[in-house]
Design a protein around this ligand. Structure first.
Ligand code: C2E
Ligand code: MG
Ligand code: MG
Length: 270
């Protein structure tokens, strides 16, 4: 009982701090590059939230996303992510960098929120960026709720011109039958499959099947969490289109991401 009380107290303290963090601008976003399978060209970046905590330093989402979700603050966090990502794309273009797509993670609670479509439209409107430069990452479990309202929601987003990706594909409760009804452009193979792809034949077989499935439904397939050249080579052989992982680049500040983009585009030009 005492332990439960302590846990509950800790949880509510975290929620209070998170509320302050949102109000005082302690949440920021790092960007991790996504590349074509050859690893030569950056095709986009994933926005990943960080909490610049006044005492605890820079916190990864694992420390607070759960509390954000259960308290409902994740809706606000998600809207901030959309605004920041769209402004970031706009600023990079204004700096003369090649237009680069940014992927934003949508949480289950945000996905169910009635403000979802409007908040995406608003972020696009405010920044003025072409909608195809924004991508939304959703997970399989979000699509299980009610098929009709999910479909309506996804179609609402699709109608805005943004791309939709299924994150962590293969780790949740899949609804393969519904995939064909939903306007999804990309599947993201989870790191747990990438980890085993070079050593385990069964894992490689699953990856190959996911690639085939994605391609037959006219989707692109991106693998995430790549840490070695051997993994990249295996994924390329299995037909993956795109990659993301520490092997190519860690999540970095927008300034560092932009500097890297600039260096690469100069290299391409020369
Ligand atoms: P995710 O969307 O699947 O993001 C990928 C996570 O894997 C990121 O962790 C990234 O830093 C990490 N990662 C990428 N490549 C590698 C690699 O090669 N090796 C290893 N070990 N890890 C790699 P991060 O930034 O800690 O984010 C964790 C999760 O938090 C995300 O998983 C996502 O579900 C959630 N999240 C992050 N930002 C947001 C956000 O703005 N909104 C919402 N709703 N969720 C977010
Ligand atoms: Mg993601
Ligand atoms: Mg993922």
């Amino acid at each position: 009982d005492g332990e439960m009380h302590a846990a509950a107290r800790q949880q509510s303290q975290l929620e209070n701090e998170l509320r302050v963090a949102l109000d005082e601008g302690q949440l920021l976003f790092h960007y991790q590059p996504q590349l074509d399978i050859s690893g030569r060209q950056v095709i986009g970046g994933e926005a990943l939230v960080r909490w610049q905590h006044p005492e605890r330093g820079m916190l990864a989402p694992g420390h607070f996303i759960g509390a954000a979700e259960s308290s409902g603050l994740v809706v606000e966090l998600g809207e901030l992510a959309l605004r920041c990502a769209c402004r970031q794309v706009r600023d990079w273009i204004a700096q003369g960098l090649p237009p680069t797509r940014v992927a934003v993670n949508i949480s289950p609670r945000q996905f169910r929120s009635s403000r979802l479509v409007e908040s995406v439209a608003e972020a696009l409107r405010e920044s003025g960026i072409p909608p195809h430069l924004l991508e939304l990452e959703i997970t399989e479990s979000m699509m299980l709720d009610e098929i009709e309202s999910t479909k309506e929601r996804l179609e609402g987003l699709h109608a805005l011109g943004v791309d939709l990706t299924i994150d962590d594909f293969g780790t949740g409760y899949s609804c393969l039958a519904y995939l064909k009804h939903f306007p999804v452009q990309r599947l993201k193979i989870d790191k747990s499959f990438v980890d085993g792809v070079t050593e385990d034949a069964d894992t490689a077989a699953i990856v190959e099947a996911v690639v085939r499935l994605g391609h037959s439904l006219r989707m692109r397939v991106l693998a995430e969490g790549i840490e070695t050249g051997a993994q990249q080579a295996r994924l390329q052989a299995l037909g993956c289109d795109e990659v993301q992982g520490y092997y190519f680049g860690r999540p970095v500040s927008p300034e560092t991401f932009a500097a890297d983009l600039a260096a690469r585009s100069e290299l391409m030009a020369s």
